[in-house]
Design a protein around this ligand. Structure first.
Ligand SMILES: [Zn+2]
Ligand SMILES: [Zn+2]
Length: 116
């Protein structure tokens, strides 16, 4: 309330200056908020993309994993898909000749082991 009384007593040009400064500032903040939001959105999308590649489906046949194996680079494929044609990981291009580890129970095996 006290602030408001003082503002009324200011000459008109000073009030206009204050308003301009306030608008300037709120535009600046809007811009910053927008930038931060875009950044988060981008990061979220990247994370989702990685999750898709890792857990949802075989990147080769685009179906659920059949006898899933994990390559040395940490990507999962059906045993049959990866052992047939690929010398390199189809996702990241790392050489994988015969370097598979069977994945017994999907991608969450490690989580389970950690909680025990
Ligand atoms: Zn497959
Ligand atoms: Zn890979």
């Amino acid at each position: 309330m006290a602030l408001r009384v003082r503002a009324i007593l200011l000459p008109a040009p000073a009030i206009a200056g204050l308003q301009a400064a306030r608008e300037e500032r709120s535009r600046f903040f809007e811009h910053e908020v927008e930038k931060a939001r875009n950044r988060d959105e981008k990061r979220r999308r990247e994370r989702e993309k990685i999750d898709d590649e890792l857990f949802d489906e075989c990147p080769v046949c685009k179906k659920d994993f059949v006898e899933p194996v994990m390559t040395g680079c940490g990507h999962q494929f059906c045993l049959e898909c990866i052992s047939s044609d690929f010398d390199q990981c189809p996702v990241c291009g790392v050489e994988i000749r015969g370097d598979f580890t069977p994945v017994e129970d999907g991608a969450h095996q490690e989580d389970v082991r950690e909680t025990v």
